[in-house]
Design a protein around this ligand. Structure first.
Ligand SMILES: Nc1ncnc2c1ncn2[C@@H]1O[C@H](COP(=O)(O)OP(=O)(O)O)[C@@H](O)[C@H]1O
Ligand SMILES: [Mg+2]
Length: 323
């Protein structure tokens, strides 16, 4: 099929998606969005693009997933209402399903045990968790089932992704013969991650640990991708983070198989030769592409329709996967 026809098919499908997703505008929800958390009594030890991290004690952290949205590694000024709660619920869902594959940082400790202020507790109950305080590995454990993003760029330039040779003649967004593990270094805030090959990762953390991380990552991806596909979502690729405890035990940490850490494509709209629409951030990306923004901080304000549609898509992903 010629690419032009594919473009047209996709345009049609995307317009269907828009119509199907046409929401009644709900500005009330926006007032409940959480851009930044405040917790009295606990020390905030760090703040990522999306999460605020508090120390509970030497062995535990409290992680609050806010509604901040980043695009092109820039935190946008508008939060997406409910996004943090969706990410928390979805990650918890996957953490529980994958304990047989790899231990994770969940503790099951009640928030009540560390948050004494009732209104703070109510505000954070669906988006805060108490986790084991671990030493994050300095690598992003990326698994790709499909050829897109930086993987596609590398493949076009070299025929490889992170040193892994792939068959010739693959199209953009093609499914790979099997998922590949393509690690990246963790960039500082505002920087982009850098793809590395497995040998470099082994130099950084040791071969044995690198092999375990690769194996666990591929197993969790395969489990999630198969499950999601039955529910109409292709998980094209994803990024995991792992941490070690003081005894050297490996844990899955951070977030798992969410629309923020992965590319979710509606299976119905999947096609190769172009970049398929992503489930959640498509409205934001479409909008940002109409602007003359140089992709540097500060990011632009978003129209309310874009915010609402994005919130709705996150919610829909959660429902499709967990209902
Ligand atoms: N169990 C854990 N122990 C220690 N650090 C953790 C744990 N879980 C997640 N983290 C760290 O918390 C941060 C999460 O914040 P986030 O906003 O997602 O950061 P980023 O901007 O790097 O994506 C990450 O730096 C991650 O490595
Ligand atoms: Mg993160």
């Amino acid at each position: 099929m010629c690419p032009f026809t594919k473009q047209l098919r996709l345009k049609y499908a995307v317009s269907l998606l828009r119509l199907a997703g046409e929401p009644e505008t709900d500005t009330k929800k926006m007032n409940n969005a959480l851009y930044e958390s405040k917790l009295s009594g606990l020390e905030r030890v760090s703040q990522g693009k999306v999460r605020d991290i508090y120390a509970v004690d030497d062995n535990h952290l409290l992680i609050v997933t806010t509604d901040r949205l980043s695009a092109f590694d820039v935190i946008l000024p508008d939060p997406i209402p409910g996004k943090g709660a969706v990410l928390t619920q979805l990650s918890n869902f996957w953490f529980k399903r994958t304990t047989g594959i790899v231990p994770n940082h969940l503790t099951g400790l009640d928030l009540e045990s560390v948050i004494s202020n009732a209104s703070e507790l109510a505000a954070l109950s669906d988006r805060a968790i108490i986790v084991k305080r671990l030493n994050p590995l300095p690598v992003e454990a990326v698994v790709r089932g499909y050829l897109i993003g930086s993987g596609w760029k590398d493949y076009q330039a070299t025929g490889e992704v992170c040193g892994i040779a792939l068959p010739a003649g693959l199209e953009m967004a093609a499914q790979l013969p099997q998922p590949i593990f393509t690690p990246a270094t963790k960039a500082a805030v505002g920087d982009h991650d850098e793809n590395i090959d497995f040998a470099r990762m082994s130099d950084m953390i040791g071969t044995e640990l690198a092999e375990r991380v690769r194996e666990m990552s591929i197993l969790v991806y395969l489990h999630g991708a198969e499950y999601a596909l039955e529910r109409g979502i292709i998980i094209a690729d994803t990024k995991f983070e792992f941490g070690l405890d003081n005894e050297g035990q490996l844990y899955l940490i951070d977030e798992v198989l969410t629309p923020d850490s992965s590319r979710f494509w509606p299976a119905e709209l999947y096609t190769t030769g172009i970049s398929p629409p992503s489930f959640d951030k498509q409205f934001v990306r479409d909008h940002l592409e109409t602007l003359a923004w140089d992709k540097r901080a500060p990011g632009p304000k978003l129209p309310v329709e874009v915010i609402n549609k994005t919130a709705e898509k996150y919610q829909q992903a959660l429902e499709l996967l967990t209902a």
